[in-house]
Every structure is written in C-alpha cells, then in structure tokens.
Ligand binder design. Structure first.
Ligand code: CA
Length: 509
C-alpha cells in the first residue's frame, strides 16, 4: 500500500541545453526515494522552434530528436535515444512515465497551399463570413528531413480545420478552410473553442484519425512510456480522445493511464467532459488550482471553508489530478495565475495529505525557477514523505472556520504509524481543539512542519493543535516521527536548501 505522487518533470524556462533527458535519467533513483511514482515528461516531439521549442508548437510527431529538422537533430531536452534511455531508467526505478501529447495543432509547415477559406471573428468563432475568399495557408507538412521513416503520411489542407494566417490577406484573423466545420463537442468559450493556435488538426477527417491512432500505437512501442498527459483537450472533439484511448488500450492490451488538460475553472464543464469521454481519463483539478490561487492572493478575505467546493476533488475524486501550479501558470506564461509563495506550502499540504485526488508536484516548486529568482518550496520533500508514510485512512474535517482549514487522516492499520493532522490558514492562526479519534487516545503527536510543541491526545480522543499566522502545520504520531528520524533529515535538507538559495541570491547580485 503506497500513496502515489506525480512529478511534472519540467518548468517552462529550463535551459535549452539538450541535457534534460540525461538529467532525469541520472536522477531516477533519487526521484523514487523522494516518493515520486510517476513522471510527466515534457513533449518529446520536434516543435517548429527546433532546439528551443518547449514542445507545444509541435511540427513532427515522429521526430523525438532524431532527424535534422527545424535547425537541429535534438529537441530542447535532448535526443530520441536519450529520451528512450530516460524512460527506461525511470521504469527501472519503479516510476511510471507519462508522455506530453499535443495533437490539437501543427506549426512550422514545410510549404503553403492555395485554397479558399471563410474569415471568422476570432472573438466569436460562430460569426463566419458568408463568402469564402482565396487563401494561401501554411498547411503542407512533408517532413523532408525524416524522409518517410516511421510513417509516410504527409499533411495538407484537407487535414486541418482552420488557420490564423492567410498569405493573401494581411488581416489578423481566423480562417475556416472551405468544406470544414468546427467540432461541436469542444469547449464553448469564444462561441466554439475548437481553434487554439497554428493549423488546427481536423480530427473528424478519417485519414487523420487513422494516422493519429497509428501514431499512438507507434509511440507506446517505440518509447515504452506508460501513459499520456493530453494537451489542450478542450480544443479537441471529446469523441476523438474517447475513441483514441479505447483503440490504443485495445491494441496494446495495456491499461495506458491518461490525464487531460482541460483548462476551465467551472467544474460542471469538466464533469460534462468526463461523461463525454466515458471517464476514460483523469483531468487536472483546475477549479482547485483557482481556489488555491484565490486563497493566496485575496489578502485573507477568502473563506477557507470553500477550498474544495465545486472542484474535481469534491465532485469526481476518482478522476482528479490535483496540482498547485504548472508550466502555464508560472510567472510570465500564457495562463499565469501563480499561487503566491507564502501559501505554497499550505497548498501542497492540502493536495498531498488529503484523501482525494492524485497529486502532481510542479518542477518549479520542487526545485525553484532560477531564471525568475523563485526558490523551491522548502517543505515539499517533507510533505512528500509524510504523504507516503502517514496520509492514510479516512479524512475528517477538523476545523470549520472561515480562515483555518484542517483535517485529520485517521490512519490505516496496514501502515503502522499512519495518520496525521493538517491545519493551514490564509490569515490569523491560532489553536484549535480537534477530534483525532479514540484510537489515538494517549498518543503523542509531533509537529513535523510548523514548529509547534508536541501534543498528547486526551482520553476522549481530542487535542489542541496550533497553526501560525499565514502558516500551516502538520502533526504526525510520535512513533512515526521517531522511526523515520525526520528531524535530523529535515533540518539537514533545510540547511542545504538555504545554502543553495543563498548562493543563488549572491550570484544574481
Ligand atoms: Ca482543435
């Protein structure tokens, strides 16, 4: 019995030095010791930006850093050989690998085509001009650098729905290609949110569907990843991914884990999507992210009782992948909505110790974002250990208070020494009387994070637990504390982090 943790294995501003796959490979055992059980790898496919592309501007799905295309053989993260070696090392360390998969759009076409297209209002994609006009569009993908290796499929205008550039018209607009229509089972923002960027892939085209099914099978065999993180699913027909995953699981006779990125704070939209895909994938708990963000940035005004209200954690816990931040929400990125630093530890305490959800830890929080001078969340390694050893059993709400959120994990007999008490606040702290349960009567709980005195649970199963202003506390049974010798380990780790941080601050002057 073991609680899992997913690591998002990158942040947006990693150096484009081609060494990331090798680094992850070297760190595989270290990640496993930290309690990481799956690792979401950034897109391995060649993007239009070549060796500098983060991976979301996908050019060629079959070029994982193997062909001289877009100015280099390797991608931002390394070569195809290094990617496969990295997957292999992670697997050997007992860590599942998830491939970031971008099927919505293509960028960096090899050539243009003349066709006809309808101008569309980018703000309301249902406003389509009645007359088609001549257009020159970047939709010809022939991959001369790959020369047909792995697949001889080439792409032309018939494979795409729309583009945002017409070489014959200098307007900044959106162009629906003649004979095409928007998918209807997509997000409803902007009237219809099928189009995101680049050349929008038409997944209703049978040739395209066959090719993408084929690619999925190829990818599983070629790279041996365990599953997928599916990019931008709100811009792709829900029926497409429902069928794509079913076909892939049938063909590979494997479970093939999948989690989708549906960027939408309204939980009802996420629930509808889960129904549309027959619950064939998990989704990131985007509503929870926005609650955490709000709790961190509303100057104490946020009512903590609503922290998990109308989130996937609450409404579809079996399909919730919880997270605090990611490569898109980090400062400077397209969906910037960064959970503020002072609240980060509390936010991670919540997702790592609560019963529901599969937590995903962000690289930029675990290791910091040096390019922005953002340090690591120093409590994270300890929280991950507490998750692994203590966060078992039923969860009961311990505090019902507008500023303090807290719960007890009752422990599980199969994990000796398990159970914990979690408290966090977005404003004033204090001491709260909490029912830990009769099973813990007479037991001592140590404050593993928060720096408060140990408490002894009374014969009635109640005890007083403290949380500092704007802080968080985690208490664990003393038995666990002693066995794991946390204090020594944690303080050594803190010392090292402080030294590293100090050195970085000095370097940055
Ligand atoms: Ca689309």
């Amino acid at each position: 019995m073991k609680n899992g943790v997913m690591l998002q294995g990158f942040e947006w501003e990693l150096p484009a030095d081609g060494r990331h796959w090798s680094f992850l490979k070297k760190q595989a055992k270290h990640f496993a010791r930290m309690g990481i059980t799956s690792l979401w790898l950034p897109p391995a496919t060649k993007g239009s930006g070549g060796a500098r592309d983060v991976g979301y501007g996908v050019y060629d799905l079959y070029d994982l850093g193997e062909f001289d295309q877009k100015g280099s053989v390797r991608t931002k993260y390394g070569t195809a050989r290094e990617y496969r070696a990295c997957v292999k090392a992670l697997r050997a360390a007992g860590i599942q690998t998830l491939a970031d998969t971008v099927l919505n759009h293509r960028l960096g076409a090899d050539g243009t085509e003349r066709t006809r297209a309808f101008p569309v209002n980018p703000e309301n994609r249902l406003e389509i001009e009645p007359e088609a006009v001549d257009a020159e569009v970047y939709t010809r993908f022939t991959f001369p650098g790959r020369g047909g290796r792995y697949s001889d499929f080439t792409w032309d205008a018939s494979c795409f729905t729309a583009v945002d550039w017409n070489g014959l018209d200098s307007r900044k607009s959106l162009w629906l290609l003649e004979g095409k229509r928007w998918a209807e089972d997509v997000d409803g923002e902007h009237g219809n949110y099928d189009y995101l960027m680049g050349a929008d892939v038409d997944v209703s085209e049978p040739r395209v569907r066959r090719e993408l099914n084929r690619w999925g099978r190829w990818y599983l065999v070629h790279t041996r990843v365990d599953g997928f993180r599916l990019d931008a699913v709100k811009h792709i027909s829900a029926a497409f991914y429902r069928d794509w995953l079913k076909a892939l699981r049938r063909a590979s006779r494997r479970e093939v884990y999948a989690v989708g990125e549906y960027w939408q704070p309204n939980v009802d939209c996420l629930l509808r999507y889960l129904d549309q895909v027959d619950h064939g994938m998990d989704l990131f708990d985007v509503p929870l992210h926005f609650h955490l963000r709000e709790a961190s940035s509303s100057g104490g005004a946020y009512d903590m009782r609503g922290l998990t209200r109308d989130t996937l954690t609450q409404r579809a816990p079996m399909c919730a992948v919880t997270f605090v931040d990611n490569h898109d929400t980090q400062p400077g990125q397209s969906l910037e909505s960064w959970v503020e630093g002072w609240f980060k530890a509390a936010a991670y305490g919540l997702i790592l110790l609560q019963k529901e959800g599969y937590p995903c830890v962000f690289w930029g929080d675990l290791f910091g974002i040096p390019s922005r001078g953002i340090g690591a969340v120093s409590e994270l390694p300890e929280l991950m250990r507490i998750r692994r050893w203590c966060a078992y059993g039923e969860e009961t709400r311990a505090v019902d208070d507008s500023h303090i959120y807290g719960f007890v994990r009752g422990g599980d007999a199969r994990v000796p020494g398990s159970g914990c008490v979690f408290l966090c606040t977005n404003a004033e702290g204090g001491v709260r009387r909490v029912e830990v349960g009769q099973d813990f009567a007479g037991q001592v709980f140590r404050c593993a994070i928060g720096g408060h005195e140990a408490v002894t649970v009374g014969p009635d199963g109640w005890a007083d637990f403290a949380v500092a202003d704007g802080g968080m506390s985690v208490y664990v049974p003393e038995e666990t504390w002693k066995v794991r010798a946390w204090r020594v380990w944690a303080s050594a780790k803190r010392g090292m982090r402080a030294a590293l941080h100090g050195a970085r601050v000095k370097l940055m002057g």
